[in-house]
Design a protein around this ligand. Structure first.
Ligand SMILES: Cc1cc2nc3c(=O)[nH]c(=O)nc-3n(C[C@H](O)[C@H](O)[C@H](O)COP(=O)(O)OP(=O)(O)OC[C@H]3O[C@@H](n4cnc5c(N)ncnc54)[C@H](O)[C@@H]3O)c2cc1C
Ligand SMILES: *[C@@H]1O[C@H](CO)[C@@H](O)[C@H](O)[C@H]1NC(C)=O
Ligand SMILES: *[C@@H]1O[C@H](CO)[C@@H](O)[C@H](O)[C@H]1NC(C)=O
Length: 466
């Protein structure tokens, strides 16, 4: 059947992909939308829930090598994040919301340094893309005379000399910044609730047990864990790394892989909190680029919690879980309630901190907590926004890989375009359902040796920094 603005639509998942879908559907006048989530992120998300989307913070960036389509999409989404920040400061903002998350920012212009031991080929592609879009002046090569001179008086000067340019090479990107992820999700949920979107979240009533369909594959809706069936004209699956559990066809195309997250609690001594505040310190990405995926990232201090978050890009682990397609390949689904990082990861963290931030250690910084957050890695890192080939009335919106968050404001427009059957600028073909066997496995989805449960985990003693 064709979908109209009156059609009933069920969205499974209230992470970035589900929220963004509902945001644009309601922008465009779709009226009857219900979102299901097994977790009530609206209740807890201010400090970060346990999902990729409801995290403490994320990187906003528009550098994407020479992938101009993501670069442009990021520039577009940034404007909407800024708009939301304005709305949060507005005196007209709903008091109910102010009391919920106060008026804290969603995006912070901290800037970001891409650091390495050399200027890589990928870095040259980044710079080239900024030149093409007329934004080269926003990039500062740390040891380039012209860039450093331009930095003087630009407001970025104090962030240009944080690292020894004799030893390290890099670029300060003044367009990147911090996204306060869970705050942003909470705000979008607030907007959607005001627009009449129904949220059924938490407990058995929010947890989708299965997608229901006729014998010939026409999807009719969902059944939740409480045994209730909910029917809809269209079902949209946006369950992130859990998606393959409800739709085994995603196996090998888009699967869960673990992400390593470490929170440092910064003590209030010797001006340390001031030094590492977003005003004085940018996001640092050390050796993070597509050819050498072994890098580490660290965020400036988050206030009021005084936490600096570290993320270690590799190794990632899988959690193969039978989902009823035995005999084929077993997809990886998140391992619930596991927050320990591995010994390999903690040793990388310690090496990183002692190289770049010995003052954190000497002033008694502690690891406050560790987290395992799950990526939804798509075979070639491109999002999947398409009808599911083997079914009818089922759309899947997932595959965020390590970079979906920044598109919270504008990803959903591709769902609208898909439903309305118009692709205006060539994005929909990139997001099409694809045959995984025809792509190089850049995220190591098929590499079944890296199983999280089989790793050696860091002990409390390993987590001591001094
Ligand atoms: C460690 C890490 C760092 C990242 N860093 C960045 C970054 O710096 N910048 C960036 O742009 N992106 C980043 N990303 C990527 C980004 O976070 C993801 O692409 C995005 O958040 C994925 O959103 P999602 O909605 O697909 O999935 P999720 O956020 O996982 O949401 C899925 C939702 O579905 C719900 N759900 C699952 N199963 C069911 C079910 N059966 N019934 C009901 N509900 C269900 C879950 O509870 C959850 O709320 C990072 C990801 C990770 C893991
Ligand atoms: C929305 O869809 C549901 C499920 O089909 C239906 O029961 C309900 O009446 C619809 N609501 C409106 C306002 O159309
Ligand atoms: C929502 O989608 C429509 C149709 O694709 C698009 O014109 C509009 O700009 C989108 N809105 C946002 C905020 O992305």
């Amino acid at each position: 059947m064709s979908i109209s603005k009156e059609s009933s639509i069920i969205i499974i998942g209230s992470g970035v992909f589900g929220l963004s879908t509902a945001y644009n559907l309601t922008n465009e006048g779709y009226k009857n939308i219900t979102i299901y989530d097994k977790t009530d992120l609206y209740a807890i998300s201010y400090l970060g829930g346990n999902t990729a989307s409801a995290d403490l913070n994320k990187v906003f960036r528009s550098f994407y090598g020479n992938e101009e389509h993501y670069h442009k999409l990021a520039i577009e989404s940034r404007k909407i994040f800024e708009q939301w920040d304005k709305e949060l400061q507005s005196p007209e903002l709903d008091t109910e919301f102010v009391s919920k998350v106060s008026r804290l920012k969603i995006i912070d212009d901290s800037g970001l340094i891409r650091l390495n031991t050399e200027i890589t080929d990928h870095e040259l592609k980044n710079l080239d893309t900024f030149s093409k879009s007329g934004l080269r002046h926003t990039q500062f090569i740390l040891d380039d005379e012209e860039d450093v001179a331009r930095g003087k008086g630009s407001g970025w000067e104090h962030k240009l000399n944080l690292f020894d340019v004799g030893k390290y090479k890099g670029v300060l990107d003044s367009t990147s910044g911090i996204l306060y992820a869970s705050r942003a999700c909470t705000y979008v949920q607030f907007i959607l609730r005001k627009r009449g979107v129904r949220f059924i979240t938490g407990g058995e009533q929010g947890q989708v047990k299965q997608i229901i369909q006729t014998d010939d594959g026409v999807v009719k809706g969902i059944e939740t864990e409480d045994g209730v069936k909910h029917y809809a004209d269209l079902t949209i699956l946006a369950a992130g790394p859990w998606s393959a559990k409800l739709l085994p066809e995603l196996t090998r195309l888009s699967e869960a892989q673990s992400g390593n997250v470490i929170h440092l609690k910064i003590p209030n001594v010797e001006g340390l909190q001031e030094k590492y505040s977003p005003k004085n310190f940018p996001i640092l990405l050390w050796k993070v680029n597509p050819t050498d995926r072994s890098g580490i990232g660290i965020f400036p201090l988050t206030v009021p919690e005084n936490i600096m978050k570290i993320i270690v890009m590799r190794p990632k682990f899988r959690n193969p879980t039978p989902v009823g397609n035995e005999g084929v390949h077993t997809p990886s689904i998140p391992l619930e309630d596991e927050s320990r990082i591995t010994k390999v990861v903690i040793s990388k963290v310690k090496e990183f901190i002692s190289e770049f931030f010995p003052d954190l250690i000497s002033h008694g910084t502690k690891i406050f907590k560790t987290e395992v957050l799950w990526y939804t890695d798509a075979i070639n890192n491109n999002f999947i926004i398409d009808y599911v080939p083997s079914r009818k009335n089922l759309v899947v919106v997932t595959g965020g890989s390590g970079h979906g968050f920044k598109f919270l404001p504008n990803l959903g427009k591709f769902v609208v375009r898909l439903l309305e059957g118009h692709d205006v600028d060539g994005y929909l073909p990139i997001f099409k359902w694809r045959d995984p066997e025809t792509f190089e496995d850049i995220n190591g989805i098929r590499d079944s040796d890296r199983i999280l449960k089989q790793q050696e985990f860091a002990t409390a003693e390993d987590l001591q920094l001094d």
